[in-house]
Design a protein around this ligand. Structure first.
Ligand code: ASP
Ligand code: MG
Length: 694
């Protein structure tokens, strides 16, 4: 006798196609053999496929074919005298069909299939008990059913496998009856609940409950886990894979239902159990003209929108559509059901998997902080609009860095950030230069050669010698990555893109007038002699964080110079720093030495600024700090300095830190003017975002 560690039962139910022929039955035997090693088995079985229909139809030819199929199975599964014995037994059953009352003929299919399995398992050496479901399962009486089954098993404990026909039961008059078409699943659940089985397995010919009927929607996929409620919702609305009444007994007894594929036992399957739903849309069931989209905690409001627009796109008019019980119910003309299922399944279940874009953020100043916040707070919107999920997978300050492709990176490692990024960033990642480093640009080419895109807000990285700039641009092209730096001029204003577009369409730039120094714009815009001094206004701008760290970079024109270099190169002009004439606002001597000396000198210059202002105002001009690129007699000239602008000039009306760029081209009679907020950490962050996502 076998020693068992577990006295608990496993209930295995096989459907008609799982026992359709000898090959399929052998597959069943393999599965039973494996499961039997774990504990006692109750094997519940349907009639061989097509058998119930044939018995109901009563057509002689069909019945003869069924008889022949059973004989074939026996001939393949048994040999010698045993074969003759089993054939005889089955022959006997078949002849009883003819004698049985019309309404009882249908109960023979399960008798035939289970008797064959019983004999085969016995032949393999198992202790097998065939259980007569016509005496044990009482129609519409769960209590009696449980009592009878558990008693029958208690009285016959010494068996390995109990074989029970599915579908059939005792009717109210005591005569054989059935549990309704597809009822074998329900039989299995009753047996499982009666013996408090530890496992209930429904073996069928599809890989579990799927997101839609795979015969109608080839893209359907297995739902790995779902709740009793969702399974019931699917089953009672047309998902034939499971007979709806099966769910209740299993749920009451707290037994998980596994739905598995006999023909791919190791392939995907579904497990139905308490609270197992993955929140969202679960699956689509349908029958005739109704479609049910099962949801678990999904927004039905969103669902209605998705469903309506999917049908509209497919050119289908729904007869009705409503949200009920956490899901959606739809009615369509039967003729368009298939088309509607395809469209709905696509909209609900074939959404593109989210694409994570790994970001490696260099710099920890105001822009980096604003960008981090923005990435977090716009996550859902970004996903909705672009299907992308932005994930900061690396960050650094000037000394240390951290990289983590899964979680939030912790800055704790010393070394070269870019070098580590090259080692571990997935292709398609984006390296963001939000530093003000002079040397970080040297990493750009190696990064791009490693398939990493670059977005920069660091104008120092672009205002390098032209040769270096050209190398970076070609590295981007050759490696199929992007190098974007819209933020470097006019923050969020779409300046570089517009200029590049013109240049790329071979429209030659005749001049650029860029009023792009926020510091100088703010000071010159608000400067009124006698009220505020030029030097106090510069100090205020410094305090507000508007200037570069060293405000002499602004006043000395260095910042504007970098912007003009970037602008010109974007327009296709090979400008070098030395080509730009900077008309100094203050004498060169003041730009060197200590800051104190600089401010003192600036204060002493106040009368110079006053005179400049008054002279301009008397003629109706305003003062603006303008970076200019101009083509004259076939040559480009670039200069930066304080200029007088008249009322019709776009820069005349600038306020605060606004920027303005005016581009004249050979083709257009009117200039392109772009004007708007030119600074701010938030603006810079949003410009970086748009460079990443563009
Ligand atoms: N043989 C029955 C039918 O075809 C029961 C079942 O297969 O579940 O309906
Ligand atoms: Mg079935």
């Amino acid at each position: 006798m076998k020693e068992r560690t577990s006295t608990q039962f496993r209930v295995l139910k096989f459907g008609g196609s799982s026992v359709a022929d000898a090959t399929a039955m052998s597959g069943v035997l393999d599965i039973v053999e494996k499961e039997e090693k774990k504990g006692k088995i109750i094997l519940v079985c349907s009639a061989i496929s097509g058998c119930t229909d044939a018995l109901l139809g009563g057509d002689t030819a069909a019945l003869e074919e069924i008889a022949a199929r059973h004989s074939d199975i026996i001939k393949r599964l048994f040999t010698g005298t045993l074969r003759e014995e089993v054939l005889q037994k089955i022959q006997q059953l078949l002849s009883l069909i003819e004698l049985a009352p019309k309404e009882e003929k249908v109960t023979f299919g399960e008798l035939l299939s289970t008797r064959i399995l019983e004999e085969k398992l016995k032949a393999e050496g198992y202790r097998v008990l065939w259980m007569d479901s016509r005496r044990l399962v009482v129609k519409d009486n769960q209590k009696q059913t449980y009592d009878r089954i558990s008693k029958a098993i208690e009285e016959a404990p010494d068996y390995d496998i109990y074989v029970a026909p599915g579908f059939i039961c005792e009717g109210p008059d005591g005569r054989p009856s059935t549990l309704g078409r597809g009822g074998s699943d329900y039989s299995a659940a009753l047996y499982a609940a009666a013996v408090k089985a530890c496992s209930l397995q429904i073996w069928t010919d599809v890989p579990g409950i799927m997101t839609c009927n795979p015969k109608q929607v080839p893209a359907a996929r297995t739902i790995p886990e779902l709740s009793y409620q969702s399974a019931l919702d699917m089953a009672s609305n047309g998902a034939k894979v499971l007979y709806a009444p099966t769910v209740a007994p299993a749920m009451e007894a707290g037994i998980d239902i596994e739905i598995k594929n006999t023909f791919a036992p190791k392939g995907p399957c579904s497990v139905i159990g308490k609270g197992k739903d993955k929140e969202g849309w679960i699956g689509i069931a349908s029958k005739e003209d109704t479609i049910r989209i099962v949801g678990a905690g999904a927004s039905t409001e969103d669902g209605l929108r998705i469903a309506s627009s999917a049908l509209r796109r497919a050119g289908i008019a729904a007869i009705s559509i409503s949200a009920e019980g956490g899901g959606l119910s739809l009615k369509v003309k039967p003729a368009v059901l298939g088309k509607a299922l395809l469209a709905l399944h696509k909209a609900f279940f074939q959404v593109l998997p989210s694409r994570t874009v790994h970001l490696f953020l260099a710099g920890n100043g105001a822009v980096a902080t604003a960008l981090t916040d923005m990435i977090h707070s716009t996550r859902e919107n970004v996903f909705k609009r672009t299907g992308k999920v932005l994930k900061i997978s690396g960050r650094s300050n000037s000394k240390s860095f951290g990289i983590d492709l899964e979680k939030e990176p912790l800055i704790c490692r010393e070394g070269n950030f870019a070098e580590e990024v090259i080692k571990c960033a997935p292709a398609g990642s984006v390296f963001i230069d939000a530093t003000d480093s002079h040397s970080i640009y040297k990493s750009y080419v190696p990064l791009m050669e490693a398939g990493i895109n670059i977005v920069s807000s660091n104008r120092r990285s672009l205002a390098v010698p032209y040769e270096e700039y050209a190398l970076m641009r070609s590295a981007a092209r050759e490696n199929g990555v992007f190098l974007r730096y819209e933020t470097t001029v006019g923050a969020a204003l779409p300046i570089l893109g517009s200029i590049a577009q013109g240049a790329n369409s071979m429209d030659e730039v005749v001049s650029i007038e860029a009023v792009v120094s926020c510091t100088m714009n703010q000071i010159l815009g608000a400067y009124v002699p006698g009220r505020k001094t030029f030097s106090s206004m510069l100090m205020k701008a410094r305090r507000e964080g508007l200037t570069e760290k060293d405000p002499r970079k602004d006043i000395g024109g260095k910042d504007a110079l970098r912007k003009l270099l970037i602008l010109s190169r974007e327009a296709g002009v090979e400008l070098e720093e030395k080509d730009i004439i900077v008309e100094p606002v203050v004498p060169a001597a003041l730009l060197e030495g200590s800051l104190d000396k600089f401010y003192k000198g600036l204060r002493e210059m106040e009368p110079v600024f006053t005179k400049m202002y008054v002279d301009a105002a008397l003629e109706g001009y305003r003062l603006r700090f303008v970076a200019t690129l101009e083509k004259a007699r076939g040559r480009y000239k670039a200069s930066i300095g304080i200029k007088k602008v008249a009322g019709e000039h776009p820069a005349y009306h600038l306020k605060g830190t606004e920027n303005s760029i005016m581009v004249k081209s050979a083709y257009h009679p009117y200039p392109l003017v772009i004007q708007g907020p030119g600074e701010g950490a938030r603006e810079a962050a949003s410009s970086i975002m748009s460079d990443i996502l563009r």
